[in-house]
Design a protein around this ligand. Structure first.
Ligand code: PBG
Length: 330
């Protein structure tokens, strides 16, 4: 028999030893659960491409968030589906807009829940782009960066006034964190933190979300503002800019194919780092598990643990509630 000094298997012999040396532990408190809020009452409409995910009216949202809160989940992030869209995204910053109403109701009816609001215009624009569109010429169009910043700032103020705990801009316009920070401060909302989607890539993994939020671009794509997925150095520059502009939490999105960046962002900046486990990542495992090809619970927990191991402090995931239950029963 060969003499071996190192036998890493010594610590893998049984569940007790494995638990003792486990480095990464998932907690429900790390998760943020996304919600799609729509008009009406008693609406809980399944999203076809995302089994287990629903569009919900405010009353249903309140009910669901009570469960989420009881499970010890860190927070929720709200996306709005307005009754009407236009080319100024009026619904995004309306006092009585869908997200503003949802936030007020949650504030009143569900205590102890961190409410994050996604700040973007695509769900409220008739054309589905995340900014103001100009210079339409055939297939050519431009997004007006600086004019869009004003609408984003108005949206952020309206969310914070309604009672949002954290503002999360996901539009990828240049300078939006500074614009939002300045606007919030000028309104006496200097205590409202910003979680910026700092390194957000133009990803085909957002497909199912655009069904859920009814926000696919009606023409073109988002590649003039969301990042090229081939670029990591540029992503680090984007994160640096958002931090300079006042971001309190920085996010990398999507998650699965981007863990090099989660790691680098956490190592380089040491900031609270979030990762968005996006719709396509959710739907592909759902599909595989429905086919009997993958074990949903085992694979989801493995992925979520991988995100945390890579350096994520916060994980935005459609599995938040399921995973919280799985963790309780394991
Ligand atoms: C809004 C927004 C999107 C997502 C989060 N915020 C869609 C997009 O940028 O096209 C995607 C989330 C997901 O896929 O789960 N801009």
């Amino acid at each position: 028999m060969k003499f071996l000094i190192h036998r890493p298997r010594r610590l893998r012999q049984n569940a007790r030893l494995r638990a003792l040396v486990r480095e990464t532990e998932l907690n429900a408190g790390d998760f943020i659960m996304p919600y799609f809020v729509c008009e009406g009452s008693r609406v809980k409409k399944p999203v076809a491409s995302m089994p287990g995910v629903f569009q919900m009216s405010v009353d249903e949202l309140v009910k669901d968030c009570r469960e989420t809160q009881k499970l010890g989940i860190g927070g929720v992030i709200l996306f709005g589906i307005p009754a009407k869209k236009d080319d100024k995204a009026s619904g995004a910053y309306a006092q009585d807009g869908i997200v503003q109403r949802a936030v007020r109701e949650l504030r009143e009816k569900v205590s102890d829940l961190v409410v994050v609001t996604d700040v973007c215009l695509c769900e409220y624009m008739s054309h589905g782009q995340c900014g103001i569109v100009s210079k339409m010429r055939g297939k050519e169009f431009a997004i007006e960066n600086d004019a869009t910043l004003e609408l984003l700032a108005m949206t952020a103020i309206s969310h914070a006034r309604a009672g949002a705990d954290i503002i999360a801009p996901s539009d990828m316009m240049d300078g939006r964190v500074a614009a939002i920070r300045r606007a919030l401060d000028a309104e006496g909302l200097s205590q409202t933190p910003i979680m910026s989607y700092a390194a957000k890539f133009a990803s085909a993994f957002y497909g199912p979300f655009r069904d859920a939020a009814q926000s696919p671009p009606q023409f073109g794509d988002r590649r003039s503002y969301q990042m090229d997925f081939a670029n990591a150095e540029e992503a680090l520059r984007e994160v640096a800019l958002d931090i300079e502009e006042g971001a309190d939490i920085v996010m990398v999105k999507p998650a699965l194919g981007y863990l090099d960046l989660v790691w680098r962002v956490k190592q380089k900046f040491g900031y609270p780092t979030a990762v968005y486990n996006v719709s396509g990542e959710y739907s592909m495992l759902k599909a595989a598990s429905r086919n009997g090809w993958l074990d949903e619970k085992a694979v989801a927990l493995e992925m979520l643990t991988g995100f945390k191991r890579a350096g994520a402090d916060i994980i935005v995931t459609y599995w938040a509630k399921d995973a919280a239950r799985w963790l309780q029963s394991s």
